[in-house]
Design a protein around this ligand. Structure first.
Ligand SMILES: Cc1cc2nc3c(=O)[nH]c(=O)nc-3n(C[C@H](O)[C@H](O)[C@H](O)COP(=O)(O)O)c2cc1C
Length: 133
């Protein structure tokens, strides 16, 4: 399994992760659940109308954190907008419940991929493992 697939699998199995952004000085954090590897990149999905989207447009620096079975994963990097229709379609196919809220051509659905990312798996018992992509 490619390293980036391992990161996505952990996010899928955790089910929910926290996404932190910055808004000027203060941090903002909220629960997210979307994750997809497409074209060798790790994507998440949101709506362009949301505050989180506006924060990332101003400052793409972001970090996510997920926890599962005594291990946690942090992915720190930049989240970059990608209007690729294929990425949107692939996300809707992977997570069909999103179809109730989004479609590829609604002008709202947004795909963001990690750039300059470091993903670190940690636990209390093992040495951390970092994957860069
Ligand atoms: C379990 C869970 C998973 C969620 N996953 C996502 C997601 O992947 N993308 C998204 O845009 N919103 C998701 N949400 C909703 C966001 O947390 C919510 O819209 C939040 O207010 C967005 O942050 P903002 O208000 O700073 O824009 C999820 C909510 C929950 C409870």
């Amino acid at each position: 399994m490619a390293a980036i697939e391992k990161v996505c699998k952990f996010l899928d199995e955790a089910g929910t992760y926290s996404l932190a952004t910055v808004e000027g000085a203060p941090p903002r954090v909220r629960p997210f659940g979307t994750a997809l590897v497409y074209g060798g990149k790790l994507y998440i999905q949101t709506g362009k109308v949301k505050s989180v989207s506006k924060q990332l447009a101003r400052n793409p620096k972001a970090e996510i954190c997920a926890f599962k079975d005594g291990k946690w994963l942090r992915v720190a990097g930049e989240l970059v907008n990608d209007d690729d229709r294929g990425a949107k379609v692939a996300m809707l196919e992977k997570m069909p419940s999103l179809k109730a809220m989004y479609s590829p051509d609604d002008g709202n659905m947004q795909m963001l991929y990690f750039r300059n990312a470091a993903a670190t798996f940690s636990s209390f018992t093992e040495a951390p493992e970092t994957i860069c992509f």
